[in-house]
Design a binder for this molecule. Structure first.
Ligand SMILES: NC(=O)C1=CN([C@@H]2O[C@H](COP(=O)(O)OP(=O)(O)OC[C@H]3O[C@@H](n4cnc5c(N)ncnc54)[C@H](O)[C@@H]3O)[C@@H](O)[C@H]2O)C=CC1
Ligand SMILES: O=C([O-])CC(=O)C(=O)O
Length: 328
């Protein structure tokens, strides 16, 4: 059996936390041979609710769960954390865009970045789920000078999984038949779910669907799925978001399958002409715990326009949080 690793989760008493923590404890994120110690952060008024979640985690008798720490202090919850899932933030309500949460949630991620910088494991892998996820990841990263910029990532995996599921349904295939689609850009309605390289059962996806369906139905359905769920459920997606967070961290820690890529929000290195530094959804492969952007994919004029539009939105979000003094 391996030594336990420390997994910090913020917003642990929230909706996503209620699904996520049990999946981590069951070994879905880091594997069946990897014990974990959960380090759970909440705001002070939610600590009582969190104590109930801890009772339930204990009642699960998970063999891989070697300890639980709870705190309302990021310096405690992030101490020596090997993985940090930053979920805690206000969710949006019907009629809002995720960017409307910038001022409410932006302030959460500066002190959390500072605390990660001081006390987390030097190799910590950080995933930001709280919306607007890409720009919150940028805020945390910019306030963590003692960590590498690449240690901060944002979740576009829920969009990636939605895109797989919608394509599988349309082509009457299994999700496991769908490979190599990409979510470029922001986790917002400007995201670009790109099928140009995707395959279904080894065939080119764009030969199986018509262009009009792709442009007018598929892309908006994937991009606006979060709003559809809020409309139907009266609350934003939680179990599917937790599942996507598990997938993101699983693949970052344990690697992607040979010949396949996934989408992760990571700091742009200028690849594909995306302004350097933005936390942007890219196609990535992972080996040995390190991700790399898939290079040299052909980019059509249609793709270029979509990729630039979502980059522009991220630049605007960055400028807005710069004005709030949250990033340089
Ligand atoms: N990136 C993505 O694909 C997705 C992102 N989200 C986002 O995830 C976030 C959480 O969603 P839910 O769990 O549904 O919300 P929720 O409201 O059920 O839970 C959020 C929890 O965070 C806690 N919290 C607030 N400020 C905190 C702080 N400074 N430190 C620690 N904990 C704090 C709250 O007390 C609450 O328990 C929202 O911003 C939501 O929009 C949701 C779905 C998908
Ligand atoms: O839509 C929301 O606000 C929650 C979320 O990020 C999603 O479901 O993609």
């Amino acid at each position: 059996m391996k030594e336990p690793v420390r997994v910090a989760v913020t917003g642990a008493a929230g909706q996503i936390g209620y699904s996520l923590l049990f999946r981590i404890a069951a070994g879905d994120m880091l594997g069946q041979d990897q014990p974990v110690i959960l380090q759970l952060l909440e705001v002070t008024p939610a600590l009582k609710a969190l104590s109930g979640v801890v009772m339930e985690l204990n009642d699960g008798a998970f063999p891989l769960l070697h300890g639980i720490v709870t705190s309302d202090d990021p310096m405690v919850a992030f101490k020596d954390a090997d993985y940090a899932l930053l979920v805690g933030a206000m969710p949006r309500k019907a009629g809002m865009e995720r960017g409307d949460l910038l001022s409410a949630n932006g302030g959460i991620f500066k002190p959390q970045g500072e605390a990660l910088s001081e006390v987390a494991s030097r190799g910590v892998k950080v995933l930001v789920v709280g919306n607007p996820a890409n720009t919150n990841a940028l805020i945390a990263q910019q306030n963590a000078p003692k960590l590498d910029a690449g240690q901060f990532t944002a979740m576009v995996r829920l969009d990636h999984n939605r895109a797989i599921s919608q394509l599988a349904a349309k082509t009457d295939s299994l999700v496991s038949d769908v490979k190599n689609l990409t979510i470029w850009g922001n986790h917002s309605s400007t995201q670009y779910p790109d099928l140009s390289q995707a395959t279904v059962g080894g065939k080119k996806a764009l030969d199986l669907v018509d262009q009009q369906w792709y442009e007018e139905e598929y892309i908006p359905t994937v991009a606006k799925r979060g709003a559809a769920i809020i409309e139907a459920r009266g609350a934003s997606s939680a179990a599917s978001a937790a599942s996507a967070a598990i997938d993101h961290m699983h693949d970052w820690a344990l690697g992607t399958k040979d010949g396949e890529w996934v989408s992760m929000g990571i700091p742009s290195d200028g690849s594909y002409g995306i302004p350097e530094g933005l936390i942007y959804g890219f196609p990535v492969t992972v080996k040995g715990g390190k991700y790399a952007i898939v290079q040299d994919l052909p980019i059509s004029d249609f793709s270029r326009a979509k990729m630039d539009a979502t980059a522009k939105e991220l630049e605007e979000e960055r400028d807005a949080v710069r004005d709030l003094g949250l990033v340089k």
